[in-house]
Design a protein around this ligand. Structure first.
Ligand SMILES: Cc1cc2nc3c(=O)[nH]c(=O)nc-3n(C[C@H](O)[C@H](O)[C@H](O)COP(=O)(O)OP(=O)(O)OC[C@H]3O[C@@H](n4cnc5c(N)ncnc54)[C@H](O)[C@@H]3O)c2cc1C
Length: 320
């Protein structure tokens, strides 16, 4: 995507309740706002079956429906929503830079709202080969595996979505599932009918193996027989749901607390001027949708004040 002109007042990374609420307020304050969201179906609210304690909603509302209302509301006030996974940021300068497979985004302020659905590595070899065959992002890395055999491990919506992306590149996508994918998940039928997908049911990945050049095989264990199988592959995409704040794309640029949450002040600003953090990424003990929304509101009002105080700041672009 040619995007040299993608300049915003506010770029929000993460489109959960925290990010959408923040965007609603900043858009209504006429701040040019963009949400960059990896996948609207995989955040904590999106996977919540029923919400019964969000003020004002009916007992029958699913987390996904509530989130869609929030997203649509922000978009209706002018927020741009881009589905993409952020893999890096630069926060040192006054203008912040955000890197995605869709291109580079520039912003006067940056809001971190990626939630706490991150995972710890669980497989032998996962850490060792991360970036050398182990990946968590098919959109970012799928093209490296053109005409090669890859493994996708997981049975949640994220695993299915990522496997679908990989079918465009790989000669064979080995989809390893140790439990049956839920019936409400989208895309299972498409995977089953794809010619280059082979599903290994009731099977676990027990180790990722390789050499100096990277991954060359995975070791599988079949539940029914207990049999262990070595499967040759150069790419392993691991998707198991976790509960750690997602901060890998920050590459150590912000201070984290002992629990891995991003530290902020009472206005939700990090110690970096112009960078806020809201919602579950803060890893407080009170992880609730209404708290995430409140964080978003506080950050948005603080951002409005911050940008007003800096109105003499010389811009090198002009909004259309
Ligand atoms: C199973 C479950 C049940 C729950 N039930 C309730 C309940 O009944 N009531 C309640 O109030 N709360 C509930 N919660 C908690 C509530 O869902 C969370 O507190 C809330 O969703 C946090 O919002 P968030 O915006 O911080 O993060 P999330 O909702 O997790 O959203 C984060 C977003 O960031 C995106 N993202 C992640 N990484 C990147 C990246 N690198 N680049 C771009 N985007 C990225 C994700 O795709 C996602 O869309 C529940 C949570 C879970 C897990």
């Amino acid at each position: 995507m040619e995007n040299e002109n993608l300049h915003y007042d506010v770029v929000i990374i993460g489109g959960g309740p925290a990010g959408c609420s923040c965007a609603l307020y900043t858009s209504r304050s006429s701040l040019k706002t963009c949400i960059l969201d990896k996948n609207p179906a995989v955040g904590a609210l999106a996977i919540t079956h029923k919400i019964a304690n969000y003020p004002g909603v009916s007992r029958e509302t699913s987390g996904a429906d509530l989130l869609q209302l929030m997203r649509d509301q922000a978009i209706s006030y002018g927020t741009e929503y881009v589905q993409t996974q952020v893999y890096g940021v630069e926060t040192n300068e006054d203008i912040k830079t955000v890197y995605t497979p869709e291109g580079t985004f520039k912003a006067r302020t940056l809001v971190l709202a990626t939630g706490a659905m991150g995972r710890t590595s669980t497989l032998p070899g996962e850490d060792e080969y991360l970036g050398r065959g182990v990946s968590y992002c098919a959109t970012c890395d799928g093209a490296f595996y053109k005409n090669q055999e890859v493994v996708v491990y997981g049975s949640n919506q994220e695993a299915i979505d990522e496997a679908l992306v990989l079918t465009k590149f790989a000669s064979c996508v080995h989809w390893i599932t140790n439990k049956k994918p839920g019936t409400s998940l989208n895309g299972v039928d498409i995977l089953h009918s794809a010619e280059n997908v082979r599903q290994w049911e009731r099977t676990s990945v027990v180790a990722i193996q390789g050499n100096d050049e990277g991954v060359n095989s995975v070791e599988l264990k079949q539940k029914s027989s207990g049999e262990t199988i070595s499967l040759n592959t150069t790419g392993v995409f691991v998707y198991s749901t976790g509960n750690l704040p997602i901060t890998d794309f920050l590459h150590g640029q912000v201070t984290l607390n002992a629990e891995g949450g991003v530290c902020v002040d009472e206005n939700m600003m990090t110690e970096i001027s112009g960078v806020w953090a809201i919602g579950d990424i803060r890893n407080t003990p009170f992880k609730q949708a209404v708290v995430a929304c409140a964080d978003g509101c506080i950050a948005a009002m603080a951002i409005d004040r911050f940008l007003n105080q800096r109105k003499n700041f010389r811009l090198d672009w002009v909004h259309q």
